[in-house]
Design a protein around this ligand. Structure first.
Ligand code: PEP
Ligand code: MN
Length: 341
């Protein structure tokens, strides 16, 4: 249910409403609006009608059901877009079109530091790099694990770029959170609900990728798992879905951007690298993402793609990434966004 507070309702009235929600067995989530506050009351769908009595409390305008199955992720609860703080001076979902870039996997100090310097020079605002890799084959490179996380920290110290890195296993949440600025949930884990619940208890932004066979509604239900545990900092990332097409590694669902923008206040990024699987196709999908109204990109870049331990064919060389970034600026501007200089 959504409890809409009256314009000018007092803090005490708001607190009384929160207490009542808890007493009725639900969890209150306050969303502070410019004009009025609303409180999302979430919990068991059965019996939610009992929340209706809150309508008679002082300071309450009305109580309305949330129609969508995802509640806290929906625009019904929060009409204004969420602006997610990543680190001081960097927000995703605001005016800035934010690009995160880096290799698929962290491979060595030289590789990650060199890539970080290059992508920063080209205008990237976050450094990506996997230390724990979810590989299709158990015989493929599985990542450098904690040593890789430490190398990411070195690259962050060198460039100031915050780190986005994947956590594959719920067992490693604490370890990865010690190093990462943004915790990435990969496509293979979009519906790993145990992992999502743990991430919901962290005070860190979560970049949630869409699974390759996950509908938009299911994707938002996954986001809801994180939000309902109390973590409001969720960024969605479309990275291509599986279709009958084999010319590309996946099929980039670019229409997911406007659909998600209608349904949710959460920011939406695009990963054009996993979506296409081919570096030559990546720049045009970056431009399409900006034009479609995405909030940013996550792009794979490797100093020497032919030697990459994973995803070389889809990784841009630093020079190609820089050329893409120059051209991207115009698309971002037409879409009403700015890119950091
Ligand atoms: C990655 O970002 O390197 C990755 C494994 O992505 P995805 O989960 O989208 O396949
Ligand atoms: Mn990859």
């Amino acid at each position: 249910m959504i409890i809409v507070m009256k314009k000018g309702a007092s803090q005490e009235e708001l607190e009384e409403v929160e207490k009542k929600i808890i007493a009725l067995g639900y969890q209150p989530h306050v969303i502070h609006g410019e004009i009025r506050n609303v409180v999302g009351a979430v919990g068991d769908e059965r019996g939610k009608e009992k929340l209706q009595i809150i309508e008679s409390m002082p300071g309450v305008e009305n109580v309305v059901p949330i129609l969508k199955p995802y509640k806290l992720a929906s625009r019904e609860v929060q009409p204004d877009p969420s602006e997610i703080d990543i680190v001081p001076g960097l927000v995703i979902g605001g005016k800035e079109f934010v690009v995160g870039a880096g290799p698929c996997s962290v491979e060595s100090q030289q590789q990650i530091c060199e890539t970080a310097v290059e992508v920063k020079k080209a205008g990237a605002r976050m450094l990506r790099g996997g230390a724990f890799k979810p590989r299709t084959s158990p015989y493929s490179f599985q990542g450098m694990e904690e040593e890789g996380l430490k190398l990411l920290v070195e690259a962050r110290e060198l460039t100031g770029l915050p780190i986005v890195t994947e956590v594959v296993n719920p067992r490693d949440v604490e370890l990865v959170a010690k190093y990462a600025d943004v915790m990435q949930v990969g496509a293979r884990n979009t519906q790993n609900f145990a992992l999502l619940k743990m991430l919901g208890q962290l005070d860190k932004p979560i970049l949630l990728k869409r699974g390759m066979a996950v509908t938009i509604q299911e994707f938002l239900m996954s986001a809801e798992y994180i939000l309902s545990e109390g973590n409001r900092r969720v960024i969605l990332c479309e990275r291509g879905i599986r279709t009958f097409e084999t010319a590309t590694r996946n099929t980039l669902d670019i229409s997911a951007v406007p659909v998600l923008k209608q349904q949710t206040h959460l920011p939406v990024m695009i990963d054009p690298s996993h979506a296409t699987g081919h570096s030559q196709l990546v720049p045009s999908m970056c431009y399409a993402a900006a034009a479609a109204g995405a909030d940013g990109l996550l792009v794979e870049v490797h100093p020497c793609p032919e030697q990459a331990s994973s995803d070389g064919p889809q990784s841009l060389r630093p020079a190609d990434f820089a050329a893409m970034m120059t051209k991207l600026r115009a698309f971002a501007e037409v879409a009403g966004r700015e890119m950091a200089s």
